[in-house]
Every structure is written in structure tokens, then in C-alpha cells.
Design a protein around this ligand. Structure first.
Ligand SMILES: Nc1ncnc2c1ncn2[C@@H]1O[C@H](COP(=O)(O)OP(=O)(O)OP(=O)(O)O)[C@@H](O)[C@H]1O
Ligand SMILES: [Mg+2]
Length: 242
């Protein structure tokens, strides 16, 4: 790894459903913080022909845990953590981010980072960006710091449907018109409802999710949320837990 074997590796999860803002915030913070590597869970997808088929719609289900090679992913994270891991391969996913900070917002964030410089010393921070990081307590436990991005059904649907598609292992995936409500949202609900108060996926995480048991930071990213507020909230949580 680039920071040398003596650096302490800190794994930070940027989890939450599709279009909740994970890549936007993780990419923005990666460009501002020292010693950060960004890993994408999307690089651990199975090959296109191995993606499970949803029995009701006949669609490929890219949004369930079974579409990913979790053995490979967890071994990879464990190796990173104990200092024997390789730097990640260059992700196939686009690095373009639509939202940006103004120059005064940038200055504010940079001054917070500079004032906390000692916290970053001797650490190699690995951001892990993925839609399936909190579905399994065994996976949650791998992370030192956990950020959960989420939003309402309507907000996520609108954002997802305005996207062009996703690069896959072998090609490019474009959602059929009803893919969000038939596949994306139900897969998110099934795998994450245990973390929400009254299983209400439009509400907030329940106390046992945010307290010592999992210590997940709840980051709601609704229509009115700005990139500045999301970056600040994420940075505060990271600094607090470093
Ligand atoms: N607060 C916001 N205001 C406006 N647009 C937003 C906001 N948050 C995210 N977006 C937009 O929503 C889209 C999805 O965001 P992003 O790519 O960061 O999501 P993601 O969580 O990485 O999703 P996926 O898991 O599908 O990769 C992007 O076009 C982004 O610009
Ligand atoms: Mg993303």
C-alpha cells in the first residue's frame, strides 16, 4: 500500500441504497483528505451471466447481495486491514460527480481538515463505497467507521431514473422503466429494514443501529440536502471516530 506497512488502516463504509449520494460524497472527500484510497463494492459484482434473475419480473437483479462476490470482498477488506492487501484495481465505474462545492465551502472544509491534521497522521484511510455494506452484521463489523446514506422512495427513484446506466463486468446495464420500484427498492427494504425504526425505510435508523452495537452514522440525503452539509456531516463523523 502506498502509505507503507506501518500506517494503521482505517476502513470507512459509505453505505446505503442506490442514489443516496455515497459516490458523490466519498469522491469529494477523497479529493480533500490526505492518505485516502477509494474502493468500490461494484468492482466485486459477479459476471453478467451469473447475476440472479428475479422470479416475478424476469429481470436480472443487480441489487441483491447474491449479485456480488462477498467472499472475495470480505477477504480483500481483511487483507487491507492487516496490511497485506493490494491497492484496488482501477474501478470500472465512472468518476464523474455532478455536484460540487463552491470555493468558499471548499475553504471551510479544507480549514477543518487542516485543524485536525494530527488525527490523520500515521493512518491510511480506505473509503469503501457500496450499496450492500450494512445488510449483514458480519460485514458491518469489518468497518471502523460507518456512514449510512439514505433518502425517501421518491427522491431515490427520481435520482436513479435520471441516470444513464452502469458499467458491468462485461457490458453496460440500463434499467427497464419499472426497475426502481420492482427491484431496487424492494431489495433495499429486504436487506436493510432491520436497521430502521419500525422498519420504516423513509424514517431514521433505530437506536441500536446508531449506538454502540453497530455505531452507524445516519446521513439522510433528501432533496433539500446540499453537498456541503453532507460532506460536513460525513467529515465530522470520520474525525470523531478516527
Ligand atoms: N443532495 C442531492 N441533491 C441533488 N442531487 C443529488 C443529491 N445527492 C445525490 N444527488 C444526485 O443523485 C445521483 C446519485 O448520486 P450518487 O451517484 O452519489 O449515488 P450512489 O449512492 O453512489 O448510488 P449507486 O449506489 O447507484 O452508485 C447523482 O446524479 C447525484 O448528483
Ligand atoms: Mg455510486
Amino acid at each position: 500500500m502506498s502509505q507503507g506497512a506501518t500506517s494503521k488502516v482505517v476502513l470507512v463504509a459509505f453505505g446505503g441504497p442506490s442514489s443516496s449520494g455515497k459516490t458523490t460524497v466519498a469522491t469529494t472527500l477523497t479529493s480533500l483528505l490526505p492518505h485516502v484510497t477509494l474502493v468500490q463494492l461494484d468492482d466485486f459484482y459477479l459476471t453478467d451471466s451469473e447475476i440472479p434473475i428475479d422470479a416475478t419480473t424476469g429481470y436480472q437483479n443487480w441489487d441483491c447481495p447474491q449479485a456480488l462476490d462477498f467472499d472475495k470482498f470480505t477477504s480483500y477488506l481483511k487483507a487491507l486491514k492487516n496490511g497485506t492487501g493490494e491497492s484496488p484495481v482501477e474501478s470500472v465505474q465512472s468518476k464523474d460527480v455532478d455536484l460540487s462545492l463552491s470555493s468558499s465551502e471548499l475553504e471551510t472544509i479544507e480549514s477543518v481538515i487542516a485543524s485536525q491534521n494530527d488525527k490523520f497522521q500515521g493512518k491510511h484511510i480506505v473509503f469503501v463505497d457500496g450499496f450492500m455494506l450494512f445488510h449483514d452484521p458480519e460485514v458491518i463489523k469489518l468497518f471502523d467507521i460507518k456512514l449510512f446514506f439514505h433518502a425517501s422512495f421518491e427522491t431515490l427513484k427520481k435520482r436513479r431514473e435520471s441516470r444513464k446506466g452502469y458499467t458491468t463486468v462485461e457490458g453496460f446495464w440500463v434499467d427497464p422503466p419499472d426497475y426502481f420500484e420492482k427491484i431496487v427498492w424492494p431489495a433495499f427494504v429486504d436487506s436493510h429494514k432491520y436497521l430502521f425504526k419500525d422498519e420504516d425505510m423513509e424514517g431514521n435508523l433505530k437506536p441500536s443501529s446508531t449506538s454502540a452495537e453497530y455505531k452507524i452514522n445516519d446521513i439522510a440525503n433528501e432533496e433539500s440536502s446540499t453537498l456541503f452539509s453532507l460532506v460536513n456531516k460525513s467529515l465530522d463523523a470520520i474525525i470523531e471516530d478516527l
